[in-house]
Ligand binder design. Structure first.
Ligand code: NAP
Length: 369
């Protein structure tokens, strides 16, 4: 049995991963050891082979593993991965953090989309397999059929990204902000509450006051939105927006010569763990909606075309419908009045599943099996 070490298993992404692995009995086919940066020596969960938590900073202990899977974060990867490789460790490193994604000798993993790229990489001796950006992975699961058929000339993705992208503390801050606004409303006297403009004035005042906890987001998110995610990069883009073009093309194994242009505005909204995206897609040729639906729905087992009508959209194409679910609905498919080759689409997906835990879980199984 392969010796597999897990780091970051009790964080948010790690917990979702552990849940999926137990659900699918993945632990039965590996010799598992759990590592911690803060709790080494304590008891590991009962489903793990080796019952004591090991030190996640010990190169000697980590080196005993055939495969290391980490959801610990970028700082950990930056500190440990180079030391491990310098020590001569030649095992497989699977990582949910972005640190190594764009390195020449790593592959971004999303096997329903790029299994061929992954298999070729394993054959050619690549050892670092890195989970993609959540928004990019969800887009590629939704539009995989169009990419596979080389139907896209360029696309824009306008995103509606959940609080969970920032981690557990961000999700709690969103709820605290919503609670502050809710309590402000329920605390109004009858005269105020019956005058909607007065309600709105007081709510807006509260949103911009010190009673709104904005420690994580640096701005109110409950009742508002923030059109900036991550740090600035060149040409006025954010890093999150830059990942759209760079990671999409790397996942597809494309380079500067045959790059598919991808751009858009990434926006944080007050949802919990589902990212949504509105696409404008310029097609390479005029395909019918039926042909497009067929390409999309036949690409993988999780994507689901939602009919472009109000009932189906409200029932199946919302974060509320998708949360905790592996399905990737895509709907609002229609030709735009910009021209026959312009397609409109909207998708929604659980960013802790296909956006984080599921690609790394599946990569582990590819290596183990
Ligand atoms: P996280 O929840 O902050 O957990 C990271 C680590 O913090 C844990 O493994 C744990 O390590 C430590 N920790 C300290 N106190 C804890 C507590 N009370 N409960 C649980 N853990 C605690 O990190 P994350 O959001 O899962 O993100 C991990 C990595 O995945 C990051 O690189 C992130 O960029 C990437 N990623 C995140 C998302 C997302 O949506 N959040 C999506 C894709 C990729 P010890 O056991 O060693 O103390």
């Amino acid at each position: 049995m392969k010796k597999v070490g897990f780091v970051g298993w009790r964080g948010m992404v790690g917990s979702v991963l552990m849940g999926r692995m137990q659900e699918l009995n993945d632990f039965s086919s590996i010799d598992s050891t759990f590592f911690s940066t803060s709790q080494s020596g304590q008891a590991a969960p009962e489903y793990v082979t080796n019952k004591t938590l090991q030190d996640a900073n010990s190169i000697a202990e980590l080196s005993k593993m055939d495969i290391i899977l980490t959801c610990q974060g970028g700082d950990y990867t930056s500190a440990i991965h180079p030391k491990l490789r310098e020590s001569g460790w030649n095992g497989y490193w699977i990582d949910a953090a972005s640190t190594l994604r764009m390195k020449e000798n790593s592959v971004i993993i999303l096997d329903p989309v790029n299994r061929k790229v992954i298999d070729q990489a394993i054959d050619s001796g690549v050892k670092d397999f890195i989970g993609g950006n959540c928004t990019v992975s969800l887009m590629m699961m939704a539009l995989g059929g169009l990419f596979e058929n080389d139907a896209i000339e360029w696309l824009t993705s306008m995103t509606y990204q959940a609080a969970s992208g920032g981690g557990a503390r961000h999700m709690k801050e969103l709820l605290t902000q919503m609670n502050t606004l809710g309590q402000t409303f329920t605390g109004m006297d009858q005269d105020q509450a019956s005058d909607i403009l007065e309600v709105d004035r007081i709510i807006t005042e509260t949103m911009n006051s010190k009673s709104m906890d904005t420690t994580c987001f640096s701005a109110p998110l409950g009742g508002s939105l923030i059109p900036w995610i991550d740090s600035p990069v060149d040409l006025g883009q954010t890093k999150e927006e830059w990942k759209g073009v760079s990671e999409t093309n790397k996942i597809l194994g494309r380079n500067q010569d045959n790059l598919i242009p991808v751009d858009g505005t990434c926006v944080r909204v007050g949802t919990m763990r589902c990212h949504s995206q509105a696409f404008t897609i310029k097609l390479k040729k005029d395909l019918s909606i039926e042909e497009i639906e067929k390409m999309i729905s036949s690409h993988n087992d999780w994507v689901k075309v939602i009919p472009n009508n109000p009932e189906a959209t409200r029932t199946a194409l919302t974060p509320a419908a998708v949360s905790g679910n592996l399905e990737i609905p895509i709907g609002r498919l229609r030709k735009m009045n910009l021209g026959d080759r312009y397609l409109n689409a909207f998708t929604c997906g659980d960013q802790l599943l296909w956006g984080a835990a599921e690609p790394v879980r599946r990569m582990l199984n590819i290596l183990v099996n």
